[in-house]
Write a protein that binds this ligand. Structure first.
Ligand SMILES: Cc1ncc(COP(=O)(O)O)c(C=O)c1O
Length: 387
């Protein structure tokens, strides 16, 4: 077992009075990533610093880092994309589906992983199944069971998150992956709310797509996502026909010797101008840092940090999903009866506690920059709300 992580607050410029429990909304940039961003801007100020063609291939480092993070062995299967919606649209464009088949999603899934499926269902005549958890105790376990039960011999596609964005419910991707293989369905995973803070293993899950936006748990920039595609996508059609994804594109002198062939792997699914001179260096610095910390240690840090806090908030009447079915980096605290939500919102703001109120639950998403002081202030606010 590796050494536990110590608090990494100094790696960020969060002020002492800010108690930031909202990485599920947006991750802060570590200082090294900020510096990489400033250096990237300075490079563009003098374009000769951006040397053709090598600078245009710097993004290959992102493929390698992401592949390591999700334990995939071939970095050329990673595409550089602008967001989750784009990755899901790429998947929807390339996965065959016909009427009589169905697409399985989870209830209240993030819309970036929904609308392309609405379109595909409308165009193909396939049925959409958004599986809800139902009412009562044991919500996480039941939601997982229902999800598995909804995957049947007519299922063509299962497109689910690893961790639900609203309350941190964990979906057992290994079991879902196994069920998909039994029925021959493709598995698309939106790992935006987990990769970086929770281990992910492509070999164990055997998915077809694993997309992660970089601006949350990858502590990177907005407008960038990394997407791993399985062999199923080997000969697919991209959303944009970029010149750089074609054979011999490194040879800038002969770009008008148009090529029918693509560079092998998932490079064809890269977005236009994927070399992204400003964003890629920021994402790279953050990914390197996370790989140094390791997602296992980030998760353990969050678990250790919140353990006593969760026991004490349970004594106050707040409740949380069973450990087995939720992340320690993202969870929904359900309120006791009679809480004044307006008052709670005001106190959170006054004490500079950032967390998202969603319905009658508070979404808390800590990370390695949070410490006992942050957790103490959050607990004081929760105590105040039940008085
Ligand atoms: C689970 C999940 N997926 C995706 C996104 C972002 O989607 P997109 O990159 O299409 O804007 C979010 C943002 O909150 C999210 O929570």
């Amino acid at each position: 077992m590796s050494e536990p992580l110590v608090c990494q607050r100094d790696a960020f410029q969060l002020a002492r009075e800010d108690h930031y429990f909202n990485c599920a909304y947006m991750g802060p940039l570590p200082r090294v990533a900020e510096e990489a961003g400033f250096a990237a801007i300075q490079r563009k100020a003098v374009p000769t610093r951006i040397t053709p063609p090598d600078s245009f291939w710097d993004t290959d480092a992102l493929r390698e880092l992401y592949a390591r993070l999700i334990r995939a062995d071939d970095p050329t299967r990673v595409a550089i994309q602008p967001g989750v919606s784009y990755a899901v649209a790429t998947a929807a464009k390339n996965l065959p589906l016909s009427s009589g088949q169905n697409i399985v999603l989870t209830h209240e899934q993030f819309p970036g992983n929904v609308y392309s499926w609405h379109r595909l269902a409308g165009e193909s005549g396939a049925q959409l199944r958004a599986v809800d958890p139902g009412e009562g105790a044991d919500r996480g376990r039941r939601w997982n069971e229902r999800l598995l039960e909804s995957i049947d011999s007519s299922t063509g596609i299962v497109s689910v998150p690893n961790v639900h964005w609203t309350d941190g419910t964990l979906f057992d991707l290994e079991a879902i992956g196994g069920r998909c293989r039994e029925v021959g369905a493709a598995l698309v995973v939106d790992a935006t709310q987990s990769v970086g803070a929770l281990p992910f293993d492509v070999a164990a899950v055997q998915p077809d797509v694993v997309v992660c936006a970089t601006y949350k748990w990858l502590l990177g920039p907005y407008s960038l996502a990394l997407t791993w595609f399985s062999e199923r996508f080997e000969d697919g059609v991209p959303i944009e026909e970029t010149w750089i994804a074609r054979k011999n594109s490194r040879d800038f002198q002969h770009l008008v010797d148009y090529q029918e062939e693509y560079i092998p792997g998932a490079v064809r699914y890269d977005m236009a101008e994927r070399s992204s001179f400003f964003l890629a260096p920021i994402a790279r610095a953050s990914l390197e840092l996370i790989l140094e910390w390791t997602p296992e240690r980030v998760q353990r840090y969050c678990r250790d940090l919140t353990k006593d806090f969760l026991t004490e908030s349970a004594e106050l009447g707040y409740s949380v999903e069973d450990d087995k079915w939720r992340g320690s980096h993202l969870f929904g605290l359900r309120m006791p009866e009679g809480i004044d939500l307006v008052g709670l919102k005001e106190t959170l703001a006054a004490r500079k506690v950032s967390a998202s109120l969603r319905g009658s639950a508070l979404r808390v998403s800590p990370n390695v920059y949070n410490d006992e002081v942050d957790v103490g202030v959050l607990l004081e606010v929760l105590k105040g709300a039940v008085r």
